[in-house]
Ligand binder design. Structure first.
Ligand SMILES: NC(=O)c1ccc[n+]([C@@H]2O[C@H](COP(=O)([O-])OP(=O)(O)OC[C@H]3O[C@@H](n4cnc5c(N)ncnc54)[C@H](OP(=O)(O)O)[C@@H]3O)[C@@H](O)[C@H]2O)c1
Length: 320
């Protein structure tokens, strides 16, 4: 078995990563790092974990020095930047610390430039080596929609909406129920950290506006690819994802929906043409904690370890 340490295991992406590790035939959790739960049994996070044979939580620093084949960094970018990768381990960083290749851009958006790792969005940008930067949730959706057609568009605008788990587990005034329920809020308008990440991968700047949706999980990106033909875009996307078990290109006229991807590691992509202007619209729906975080993290670890790419992933949702 391949041993796994999860740093930040009590947070949303950490608990989702643990869930995928428990469903994985080759991975075995050996260190669960959480400062808030250190010294407590795994079921302190969720009573359903009582049935699994799991180690108790340890402080994040202790998990960081565990003997493990794979480390998942499910922590903030400062903590991830400070992590020293052990010589032979695979490390998947779910934070933004190692995504941006240009040091000045990283410094401007994150206040630090700890160095870029291989950017791992397997269907479009295959990771290489053992240090992998897992893409941001919005960036994953935008790049699944736009990555294969980047050279077809003259200009791109991304309008995206995410459920509140995208903001993390800690309570903030902007993410408590009173602020979120029955509301829809744009935030970080024109100034979100995923914009430079999308631009880096596409090779040109994008106009990106995120919104907070009053749902727990799920993310929808509506991307306007000005100048691209819808037929060419569809052909490219079918070429890119036709064999994928993770990304589905929907039939003509069918729009992506959160309900079909929530709680899963799958993504849906659809192409439309605006009747009035001819603008090509590419949409992508995914779960911000699934394909947008933990699911993609496991996919990247599988590739780095030479395992079946989809082992441990949750690819089917439930019908409603
Ligand atoms: N949320 C997403 O959709 C998403 C998607 C992609 C990437 N990411 C990135 O992944 C990293 C982790 O994000 P996250 O959303 O998992 O953050 P989170 O839920 O806020 O968890 C991060 C850490 O905060 C602590 N914490 C704060 N309040 C807590 C509470 N009430 N209950 C339990 N733990 C609490 C925990 O650390 P201790 O137990 O050690 O105190 C936890 O490990 C970030 O760098 C983020 O940018 C997030």
């Amino acid at each position: 078995m391949t041993s796994v340490a999860i740093l930040g295991c009590a947070g949303y992406t950490g608990q989702e990563t643990l869930d995928r590790v428990l469903a994985h035939p080759e991975l075995e959790p050996v260190a669960l790092g959480s400062n808030s739960l250190a010294g407590k049994p795994a079921w302190a996070l969720d009573p359903r974990l009582g049935a699994a044979d799991l180690p108790q939580f340890v402080p994040v620093a202790e998990a960081a020095s565990a003997e493990a084949d794979v480390f998942f960094l499910c922590v903030g970018h400062d903590e991830a930047a400070a992590f020293e990768p052990p010589a032979d381990s695979v490390v998947v960083d779910l934070s933004g610390a190692h995504r941006l290749r240009d040091a000045a851009v990283a410094e401007a958006w994150y206040g630090a430039a700890p160095g870029a790792w291989s950017y791992g969005l397997p269907e479009v940008y295959r990771p290489e080596g053992r240090l992998v930067a897992n893409p941001g949730c919005y960036a994953t959706a935008a790049l699944l929609a736009l990555g294969p057609i980047a050279d077809l568009a003259d200009d791109v605008l991304v309008d995206a909406k995410s459920g509140v788990s995208g903001a993390g587990k800690a309570l903030k005034a902007t993410s408590h129920a009173g602020a979120v329920l029955e509301n829809l809020t744009p935030y970080a308008v024109g100034a979100h950290r995923h914009a430079p990440e999308i631009a880096q991968q596409l090779g040109f700047a994008v106009c990106f506006v995120p919104h907070l949706l009053p749902v727990r999980r799920g993310l929808l990106a509506t991307c306007y690819a000005v100048g691209a033909s819808a037929a060419d875009a569809r052909e490219r996307l079918v070429d890119a994802y036709g064999d994928s078990h993770v990304v589905r290109v929907l039939p003509d006229g069918v729009a992506p929906e959160l309900a079909r991807v929530q709680g899963t590691d799958a993504a849906e992509v659809a192409v439309f043409e605006d009747r009035a202007t001819g603008t090509t619209i590419v949409m992508c729906a995914l779960d911000n904690l699934g394909k947008g975080a933990a699911g993609q993290g496991i996919q990247n670890a599988n590739l780095a370890l030479g395992l079946d790419e989809t082992a441990g992933l949750r690819l089917q949702g439930v019908l409603v």
